[in-house]
Design a protein. Structure first.
Length: 342
């Protein structure tokens, strides 16, 4: 027998930083929220891909790691008691005859709500894997696509593969911890920030990092334990001894079932208006990296702004007979009571 639908004001698809802040903005207006995420923990990319990577562009927070940002957002929304449904993918979005929407997940959970918010980043991110037949045997033992804990790599002889921000960020972060450290990239031009490139080149000149211009063509080792990497460069092929490879070839994004929901898509992004970040489906909103509009900036702070405006339009779907009164948390006793600070 099927379980009864979960009824709530907002179903938020995605529990990354923008989805979490949407709970805060919705909570201030009295809306209850259930969040669905296909990861096994809240936090989205911040928690999954760069929990220890520093973030510098959150207003009034000079620096925090990805995990610290998620921890702070989690504390901020505690008064609103959001409910999380993890390890589940939102698979179906269907209109209800009486109005509102029905969302069904891969686990069979059914939600019914007046409004739905898609805050799924840019969909489900999957690292681009090393295109070598032997690579799978080394993955998660000697070959990694994500750094979850810096300490796990202390004393290791590391080869970083890639030329973007992630590759250089982790190269610089791990330099004080690694035994031997090298980087391989197909050309002597890097897509990372100029500051990171300058710092890397300084360490190369100081002999603390080795730079290989070329491409990995083979992995050597037994039982998942890496011993060396073969690199093809303009002069031929060399053998670089190491016990760890961190491969940052970028991420491929999979929109998944969302692509079949009848949304107005621009490639892998959802078109929205800029007054409320509503999609072409009334009562369905998209915020964060997954939405697109003229002038869109893919920044966390932009997603926070989108969440604030979205919540005010969502209020009209959840409480059509109520008047929305704009209030500030600094002066509203009612809002302060909701936050538990009055």
């Amino acid at each position: 027998m099927a379980s009864q639908p979960v009824r709530t004001d907002l179903v938020i698809i995605g529990a990354g930083p923008v989805g979490l802040f949407a709970v805060f903005e919705a909570g201030l207006l009295g809306m209850s929220c259930h969040l669905v995420d296909n990861l096994d923990k809240i936090g989205g990319q911040c928690a999954e891909l760069y929990p220890e990577k520093p973030i510098y562009d959150i207003p009034a927070v000079p620096v925090c790691t990805g995990q610290e940002l998620i921890d702070r957002l989690t504390r901020q929304i505690e008064p609103f008691e959001p409910q999380f449904h993890l390890r589940q993918q939102a698979e179906k979005l269907e209109p209800r005859e009486e109005g509102g929407w029905r969302v069904t997940t891969s686990a069979g959970t059914v939600f019914e709500a007046p409004a739905v918010v898609i805050a799924a980043g840019a969909g489900s991110f999957v690292p681009r894997r090393m295109p070598l037949p032997e690579a799978a045997a080394f993955e998660d033992r000697s070959l990694f696509y994500v750094v979850r804990r810096r300490e796990d790599f202390r004393g290791r002889d590391i080869l970083v593969a890639g030329g973007g921000d992630s590759a250089l960020d982790w190269l610089l972060e791990l330099e004080p911890l690694a035994g031997d450290l090298a980087i391989v990239h197909r050309r002597d031009e890097f897509r990372a920030s100029p500051d990171s490139v300058a710092r890397m080149r300084s360490l190369i000149e100081a002999g603390r990092i080795t730079l290989h211009i070329g491409q990995i063509v083979g992995l050597e080792g037994t039982d998942g334990r890496l011993e060396a990497v073969r690199i093809r460069n303009p002069e031929g092929e060399i053998r670089h001894p190491c016990d760890t490879v961190l491969a940052f070839y970028g991420l491929k994004m999979e929109l998944g079932p969302i692509a079949e929901w009848g949304l107005d898509l621009d490639r892998n992004h959802i078109r929205v208006d800029t007054a409320a970040f509503e999609t072409n489906l009334p009562g369905v909103f998209a915020i964060g990296d997954i939405c697109t509009y003229p002038g869109k900036l893919k920044l966390i702070l932009s997603g926070f702004h989108e969440a604030a405006l979205m919540s005010r339009k969502a209020f009209t779907y959840c409480f059509p007979d109520k008047r929305l009164v704009f209030r500030h948390t600094t002066s509203s006793t009612d809002l302060q009571k909701k936050l538990g600070v009055a």
